[in-house]
Write a protein that binds this ligand. Structure first.
Ligand code: NAP
Length: 294
């Protein structure tokens, strides 16, 4: 499979580089893999001519668009930038993929929903984002489906992984320097390990997936519940205190409930592990790399 990846330096991108370069395959299988991995410096999504060139030159079977402006609070005060990268940039990539005859996989988010449901969101549920970030992704989804009806839009949520900032890394740092940390207990979602997601994404490419697919680790929790699990597993003595979103106002409004139904993923016979299992594997690596001194 020939693939061109935008966002190769990101949290998910780094795991995708590993998966898409065939490192998970044995020698003979690996020989057919060819990856063009791009950071923002290599190709800015807003530079239409550059995007056209790199896709034209690499002629991939799949373009995987993981790149995005992902600072959810930053997007609130930088609306133009959020739409320029996350929506107009995605349109540039989709038009280039159409011209090159390549398939496109676009990474989207649970934040396209308003969080008013209390049962898992289906792919057919209406979008109603409450943040600029969510709105930029929701608009991109709508435009991409028009430009490339065969696009595969993969919504995911609450990513954590090695090689960048993420919630478990922040909690490990805070819990090793404070006796008590406060974490919101009224937002529920599914934490997702970038390693498990990258594997599922490559399986979706191989299955020639199209349409909207929800891909997260299974199970769900609040931020308080995952923080408690991180502190317990790492053996740190810090106390985790549950608080409300109202007590910790942030610029962007986040959905109170954004669990995504796995039905669309299961339709491809792909099953992702439980978030607690994923967290344990992440922590094994994180704690081995930087032993915590409490
Ligand atoms: N993180 C989450 O919890 C979460 C949840 C749901 C969905 N998602 C989606 O999943 C995808 C991956 O997220 P992530 O957390 O891995 O992102 P990330 O770590 O913030 O990485 C973002 C990537 O996008 C690149 N990028 C930023 N602006 C760009 C531009 N103008 N042109 C080209 N490349 C640009 C960055 O390149 P440089 O490093 O060179 O700047 C980096 O490689 C994103 O589409 C995101 O919206 C993430």
């Amino acid at each position: 499979m020939r693939a061109t990846l935008f966002g190769a330096s990101g949290l998910l991108g780094q795991e995708l580089v590993h998966e898409l370069s065939g490192n998970e395959l044995s020698g003979n299988e690996r020989s057919g893999e060819q990856l063009t991995a791009l950071s923002a410096e290599d190709a800015d999504l807003r530079d239409r001519a550059r995007v056209l060139d790199v896709i034209h030159d690499s002629r991939p079977d799949w373009v995987v668009l993981s790149a995005a402006y992902t600072d959810v609070d930053g997007c609130e005060s930088n609306r133009d930038l959020a739409f320029a990268v996350n929506c107009e940039g995605a349109i540039n990539v989709a038009e280039a993929a159409r011209e090159a005859g390549s398939r496109l996989m676009f990474l989207s988010t649970d934040y396209v929903f308003d969080g008013s449901k209390r049962s898992p969101y289906q792919t057919s549920d209406p979008r109603n984002p409450t943040s600029v970030y969510g709105a930029s992704k929701a608009s991109a989804e709508e435009r991409l489906l028009e430009i490339l009806p065969e696009v595969c839009i993969v919504r995911t949520s609450w990513l954590f992984g090695h090689g960048g900032k993420c919630f478990p890394a922040t909690i490990l740092k805070l819990a090793s320097t404070r006796s008590e940390i406060s974490v919101v207990n009224d937002q529920r979602g599914s934490p997702t390990f970038t390693r498990d997601l990258a594997s599922a994404l490559v399986q979706l490419c191989r299955a020639s997936a199209r349409g909207i697919v929800h891909a997260t680790n299974s199970g769900n929790c609040t931020w308080y519940e995952i923080a408690t699990e991180i502190v317990r597993t790492s053996g740190l003595p810090a106390k985790v205190k549950p608080v409300t979103t109202a007590e910790f106002p942030r610029p962007a409004r986040r959905p109170a409930y954004s669990v995504l139904s796995p039905d669309s993923l299961h339709a491809y016979n792909i099953h992702m592990p439980d978030w607690k299992d994923a967290l344990r594997r992440y922590l094994d690596g994180a704690l081995a790399a930087v032993p915590i001194v409490s």
